[in-house]
Write a protein that binds this ligand. Structure first.
Ligand SMILES: Cc1cc2nc3c(=O)[nH]c(=O)nc-3n(C[C@H](O)[C@H](O)[C@H](O)COP(=O)(O)O)c2cc1C
Length: 355
């Protein structure tokens, strides 16, 4: 039994949020010891290297938002093969989030339901942690959200103040209007709400500002999605992140992530990637939602994607997920006799999946 299996054997008997908080605390205090226990090696294969929007990635898979909400564990996560790390969601003021219990596991489906509600210690705290972190050269994204008690009419002010706090500090920023756990937040995906936010935020952009992304829900009708894509790319925004968690009311409140999300998320990703290819070729779509194996990553590449993120599969599989993806990527490059990941993806339609 490896370290993570041992950890899981014990941890999955404890309340999910309690074990989450304890692990974050330990990892914050002892990042190097935890990295050693996680088997961090780590010299990434130079053939994996990618450069996009001025950012350098050593691996095409990053950590999705919501695991390290207060940026306490960057010094640990950056020692794993993650190519980039997204922290947050951060809101301007600290807030406790929704009532507990608010985190539920579905082990047989490798899925999670959460109704956390942007629990976080606020922008000042995150900024302090970000400045103190050892990033090992990995791009760090900060995911921005509004406080629960900020009325929708002035939600743009929250995003604007967060943007001003972080646009010269982070490597990229994400406008999150797609969490199902803050009442009314997803309504901001409608054109007027979104336009107000994008206007307020992009007014502060300079040549030195971090690239900006908008994170989408998987539950949008395709016509609404089209409107949203056109609205977003009417502003100087580098790309979209698809997707956040999905609502499945039959399971209870909150958002579902992991394998049960894959199909819905992939449908949205495919649509976004097709629109980008057709109308916005200089934009990118970071894929997240249900990606839990090298096969899923491969499927995302065949759909036209490049950079992906994981959250739930990392909880169930641990760092081994990344080591396995690395191993299979090396095999894929060797089997297809290509010199780099870029080249593999450019020829993905003719490429052989490594057996
Ligand atoms: C417990 C939990 C908390 C999350 N918190 C956030 C968050 O604060 N901000 C955000 O943009 N996404 C958040 N997410 C969504 C993830 O970033 C990701 O979009 C989603 O889980 C789908 O990816 P996955 O299937 O790999 O988990 C959260 C997900 C989970 C499971």
């Amino acid at each position: 039994m490896g370290f993570y299996e041992l950890f899981k054997f014990w941890a999955f008997r404890v309340d999910p949020e309690k074990i989450h908080d304890l692990t974050i605390k330990l990892t914050h205090r002892y990042p190097d010891m935890m990295a050693k226990l996680s088997g961090a090696h780590h010299n990434s294969d130079p053939r994996f290297a990618l450069e996009l929007n001025g950012m350098k990635f050593s691996f095409p898979v990053g950590l999705a938002a919501g695991l390290d909400k207060n940026a306490e564990c960057i010094s640990y996560f950056s020692q794993l093969p993650f190519g980039f790390i997204e922290v947050g969601t951060v809101t301007p003021k600290p807030q406790p989030g929704n009532a507990r219990p608010r985190l539920f596991r579905y082990p047989e489906e490798e899925s999670i339901r959460n109704c956390m509600g942007f629990n976080n210690r606020g922008a000042n705290n995150l900024l302090t942690n970000l400045r103190a972190a050892r990033t090992h050269g990995k791009p760090i994204g900060v995911n921005l959200g509004k406080n629960k008690d900020t009325p929708a009419e002035i939600a743009h002010q929250d995003y604007e103040s967060l943007y001003q706090s972080f646009h010269l500090e982070a490597d990229y920023l994400v406008i999150n209007v797609s969490s199902p756990n803050t009442p009314g937040l997803r309504d901001l995906q409608a054109v007027e709400g979104l336009r107000a936010i994008l206007q307020a935020v992009t007014a502060h952009r300079t040549n030195h500002s971090a690239p900006l992304f908008v994170k989408l829900a998987p539950d949008l009708a395709l016509e609404d999605l089209d409107q949203m894509i056109d609205t977003v790319f009417g502003f100087p925004i580098e790309g979209l992140i698809a997707t956040n968690t999905t609502i499945m009311p039959e399971r209870g409140a909150g958002g579902m992530s992991g394998r049960v999300l894959l199909e819905r998320s992939r449908r949205v990703r495919k649509h976004v990637l097709n629109r980008i290819k057709k109308d916005y070729p200089d934009k990118i779509c970071i894929g997240v939602g249900g990606i839990s194996s090298f096969q899923d990553l491969w499927d995302f590449w065949t759909d036209g994607g490049l950079l992906a993120q994981v959250y739930t599969a990392f909880i169930f599989q641990g760092p081994g997920l990344l080591y396995e993806m690395e191993r299979q990527l090396v095999r894929a490059l060797d089997v297809n006799k290509v010199a780099s990941l870029r080249e593999l993806i450019e020829h993905i339609d003719e490429a052989k999946f490594p057996s």
